[in-house]
Design a protein around this ligand. Structure first.
Ligand code: XMP
Length: 334
């Protein structure tokens, strides 16, 4: 029986104590609710001794890296490094169609990039600390945005490597860099994390964001991932989400996204036939994502989304709406 205000006070005190006056903490942020709230909490507790890293893996939503940077660094004051590793990820993904392999590649590459960046940050901090003649530079802790449900039942996604969920695949970091885990949200449910975020003055649109999978658009492109395919999907997805927000429906939906189907559908433009790809739209309502219902859109909203996507996104001549529930379908297509 505690209030969220008490929780904040108690947790900030605890973080300060375990980090001591000089300890440093690193953590990955994704722009999602959990990592944003955890990062802000760390920043409140130890300021710039918390180092956040955001990895642009080339399969994020449109302008996501830059947007997250502005929100976390400029607006919330979090000490954040944005690493553009999209070339590396896309080159490793080249020609890969199997979704489990996409997940593995993205998970492993993420760890490589994150570790390299963490070592750079540590080297810099150590150089600075040497001037002061102590060990202030050492990174000792790794922040994880683990929630209570993750603690009680380790949620398993599709396939063996999909435990990457929120980039939890960090065993190497813990061993090689000798880091210890710090998990300030481990007693909280999602709703409580959102409430905590609001109390920490994080804007509502950030704490209400839909979840986004770690492997990103790579598992929403049903075929090989190329820069061109990513661009098409980013544009379509961005129009979709923008129109959902314009219609005031975002908060009624648990998760919405576009999927790129690499089939050639016939269309017509002027007096010519076209042969282009298809976008499938998905929107679900769900309590816990174990089951989900498809969302019933007002027809005019779908009409607008469809006409904007076919008009504005080159390479798409057809839009479909996915009316499958989970089960038997899953939320994602892959
Ligand atoms: P499914 O498709 O299993 O999705 O019904 C349920 C929820 O899990 C998310 N999801 C993932 N999240 N890595 C993630 O971080 C993954 O590999 C992954 N696969 C599915 C999905 O977006 C939905 O919220």
């Amino acid at each position: 029986n505690w209030t969220m205000e008490e929780f904040i006070g108690k947790e900030i005190k605890r973080i300060k104590e375990i980090c001591g006056p000089t300890g440093r903490v690193i953590g990955a942020v994704s722009g999602g609710v959990d990592s944003t709230v955890a990062a802000k909490l760390m920043h409140e507790a130890i300021g710039d001794r918390f180092h956040a890293i955001m990895v642009d893996n080339g399969v994020l939503r449109l302008n996501e890296g830059q947007t997250v940077y502005e929100r976390l660094n400029k607006d919330l004051g979090v000490n954040l490094t944005l690493v553009d590793a999209s070339e590396l990820f896309l080159s490793r993904l080249e020609g890969v169609e199997d979704p489990e392999q996409k997940r593995r590649i993205i998970g492993n590459t993420f760890i490589n990039v994150f570790e390299e960046e963490a070592l750079k940050i540590e080297a810099l901090a150590e150089m600075e600390a040497e001037k002061g003649g102590d060990r202030k530079g050492k990174i000792e802790w790794l922040l994880q945005g683990t929630l209570y449900p993750d603690v009680i039942e380790s949620i398993s996604f599709k396939g063996p490597s999909a435990t990457i969920k929120t980039h939890h695949n960090v065993g190497g970091l813990l061993k090689d860099m000798k880091l210890k885990l710090i998990e300030p949200l481990r007693e909280l449910f999602k709703d409580e994390v959102r409430a905590l975020g609001r109390l920490l003055s994080i804007p509502t649109h950030l704490v209400q964001r839909h979840p986004f999978p770690g492997p990103g658009l790579a598992i929403r492109i049903l075929g090989p991932v190329t820069r061109e395919q990513v661009k098409i999907l980013q544009k379509a997805d961005s129009i979709y989400i923008e129109e959902i927000r314009n219609a005031g429906l975002y908060d009624q939906i648990s998760q919405a996204f576009a999927v790129l189907l690499p089939v050639k559908a016939v269309g017509v433009m002027g007096d010519k036939r076209t042969c282009e790809q298809v976008i499938a739209l998905r929107a679900v309502q769900s309590e816990d994502f174990m089951t989900a219902d498809w969302f019933v859109f007002p027809a005019p909203v779908l009409r607008k989304i469809s006409s904007r996507i076919t008009n504005e996104v080159e390479g798409i001549n057809r839009v479909t709406y996915d009316i499958s529930s989970k089960p038997p379908a899953t939320v994602e297509w892959l």
